[in-house]
Design a protein around this ligand. Structure first.
Ligand SMILES: [Ca+2]
Ligand SMILES: [Ca+2]
Ligand SMILES: [Ca+2]
Ligand SMILES: [Ca+2]
Ligand SMILES: [Zn+2]
Length: 631
């Protein structure tokens, strides 16, 4: 379960070349296809001469692209990429005409820090469209349905409607086509014809089809059809997680493991023991009922069903819980490659998907249990957020986060599983309940205390990451020292008392795995950086907990207490004032204040400014004329 970075090197080089290319092309706006109303545009800002803040993007784009006041530009938040490998962020905009969205408009804006660096895309200008529709949405829908002419539509099936409501956790959700009014090119006439249109998503079951249908809002004519890849619900007897509903695609007379409903898709392929990804083939089923009789075979093909279902659940977890659309938050396609090489006891993340080994059948079964899937996906999330250097402390945090997301996704998709054991299903070894035990890292030779038993020494360590190298040291023990991160998260979620390897007694109040996950996700996606250490991770999770739950909240206290438990940082600060006479004006401010046997002298003011708890023990005397203020 390692993160491979080989592909990134290649991609980074590509991006550099593209940018260099752009410098030559774009000292000014270039229009490449002046015959169409959609103008491809590309511009680059010389940031040494001109500074444009990302906050002013809309105004900037409007003036640069000479867009009249009939138009405005709005950012599509779901498609923004926070930060890529070179530190650039990317925003996508769509254009609106008199408040109506223009279909297929697309402006990309690239920025570094908060300065816009370049932009490209297509914009529409100089159009005149009547924005009053002449027919109703319902009439337009009837035109669209007449055109599709199916026998059965999906919204006519109660079971599918119920499934959608459940899946989206929204009782109002329906497949019944909702009209969106858009501006759309009518290329039946010519590329410059622009129409006001109703857009519908029409999903038919018999015969099966799913299309965006654009209906002319002036006369009900069909302007254009855009097919949407259809996913169909199949049944899968997985290797590790029982029978599950999976999304597949009908391809001719067979079904394949392609889910087209989540982001740009989730696709699971068969490597047939090869190592060249482009040679991967589809798993195919005759009737979309993927049974044990068919797939619990010598090749262990049913492991692919776990990979597919696991990626679906992982996508859903990040999308529904953290509002993150795929690993890059831009909806990118997620690919899974099963049966990679032979007997490989590993799984790893590539730049756009997960490679799954089959295991050797003696120590490990195929590495496609849902927590392993989510662990690897977690490396993908990491590459677009904190982007840790995969060695020593930052690498151990990266590894720990992988296991944490594994536990969270498992808890989300199937809480009956052993969420604190990583890879329970795939571990065939006797005497081992799993690869790593988050609730008791020592059980699998990992430290539960920073610098404690089983800690891999990182001082002066030079990372050697190739297992075939005789000096191999697991990139300075990333898979070992991740035990500290894992145990921190476990204690934060479940609470616990004990004494760590530093002989420090700890007592952590549980806040539950969901709140612990929110804190961790915010720390990872907002605060952590490539060389974050454990001490930094404490500060970042502390800040994230304050952001989410407030200063002096129990959640903040538990975060700090859990770090203290794993030997990182001091215990939660309590100001203690005891056995003293206060003879000068004194203010004490802290979340927790404890006072014991105190006398406040005549004429003296004592202010106790506490955030969450004030504990008064023993004698508390205030002499005549003294003042005690408690906030
Ligand atoms: Ca079948
Ligand atoms: Ca597990
Ligand atoms: Ca075992
Ligand atoms: Ca406390
Ligand atoms: Zn990993």
């Amino acid at each position: 379960m390692e993160s491979t970075k080989y592909k990134f090197v290649f991609i980074s080089v590509m991006i550099v070349l593209l940018i260099v290319n752009q410098v030559n092309l774009s000292s000014q706006d270039i229009e490449m296809r002046p015959t169409t109303n959609f103008k491809p545009v590309r511009l680059k800002i010389d940031t040494t001469k001109e500074k444009v803040n990302i906050e002013d993007a809309s105004v900037f784009l409007a003036s640069r692209y000479q867009i009249s006041s009939d138009f405005d530009i709005r950012s599509d938040e779901k498609r923004n990429i926070d930060k890529d490998k070179l530190g650039f962020s990317h925003k996508r905009f769509e254009q609106y005409y008199k408040g109506i969205r223009i279909e297929f408009s697309d402006i990309r804006l690239h920025y570094k820090g908060d300065q816009i660096v370049s932009s490209h895309g297509v914009v529409l200008r100089n159009i005149e469209v009547d924005i009053q529709s002449k027919i109703s949405a319902e009439a337009a829908l009837q035109h669209a349905l007449k055109y599709i002419d199916a026998e059965v539509y999906i919204w006519q099936m109660q079971s599918e409607e119920q499934r959608l409501k459940k899946k989206t956790n929204n009782n109002e959700a329906t497949f019944y086509p909702e009209a969106e009014i858009v501006i759309c090119i009518d290329n039946r006439i010519d590329i410059n014809a622009v129409k006001l249109a109703y857009k519908f998503d029409i999903y038919a079951i018999s015969p099966i089809s799913r299309d965006y249908v654009y209906v002319d809002a002036s006369n009900g004519e069909i302007i254009r059809i855009n097919p949407i890849m259809v996913s169909v619900a199949g049944t899968a007897a997985t290797r590790y997680s029982g029978t599950r509903t999976i999304e597949t695609e009908q391809s001719g007379s067979v079904y394949i493991l392609h889910d087209n409903g989540r982001g740009d898709g989730i696709e699971t392929y068969n490597m047939e023991n090869g190592t060249i990804l482009s040679n991967a083939v589809d798993f195919e089923d005759n009737n979309n009922n993927w049974t044990s009789a068919e797939y619990d075979n010598a090749d262990k093909d049913n492991a692919a069903l776990d990979a597919h279902w696991g990626m679906m659940m992982t996508y859903d977890y990040f999308n529904n819980i953290h509002n993150r659309n795929s690993f890059d938050n831009a909806g990118s396609l997620i690919e899974g490659y099963v049966h990679y090489y032979t007997d490989l006891n590993n799984a790893f993340w590539t730049s756009d998907g997960i490679i799954f080994g089959d295991g050797d059948g003696v120590n490990f079964d195929p590495l496609t249990s849902i927590d392993v899937v989510a662990h690897e996906f977690g490396h993908g999330v990491c590459d677009y957020t904190a982007d840790f250097i995969f060695e020593a402390e930052s690498g151990a945090i990266d590894e720990g986060l992988g296991d944490i997301w594994g536990a969270c996704v498992e808890n989300y998709a199937d809480p009956t599983k052993d969420i604190w054991v990583v890879g329970a299903e795939i571990d065939l070894r006797t005497g081992h309940s799993g690869v790593r035990i988050m609730s008791n890292p020592n059980a699998e030779y990992q430290p539960d205390t920073y610098g404690g038993t089983w800690w891999g020494n990182i001082e002066g360590c030079i990372p050697v990451c190739n297992p075939n190298d005789p000096d191999y040291n697991d990139c300075c023990w990333v898979h070992k020292n991740s035990g500290v991160m894992n145990y921190w998260f476990y204690l934060l979620s479940e609470g616990g008392t004990g004494t760590n390897d530093n002989s420090d007694a700890y007592n952590v109040s549980d806040i539950g795995i969901e709140d612990a996950a929110d804190i961790t996700y915010r720390a990872e996606s907002v605060y952590m950086t490539p060389n974050t250490t454990f001490v930094d991770a404490r500060a970042h999770t502390f800040q994230a907990a304050e952001d989410l739950f407030g200063v002096c909240s129990q959640e903040v206290e538990s975060v700090v207490d859990a770090w203290y438990a794993v030997g990182v940082g001091d215990s939660y600060p309590t100001s203690v004032l005891e056995n003293s006479t206060i003879s000068t004006n004194t203010t004490i401010a802290n979340c927790e204040i404890e006072v014991e046997d105190i006398t406040v002298e005549n004429g003296v003011t004592l202010i106790l400014n506490y955030g969450s708890s004030l504990l008064i023990n023993g004698e508390f005397e205030a002499e005549f004329g003294s003042e005690l203020v408690i906030h």
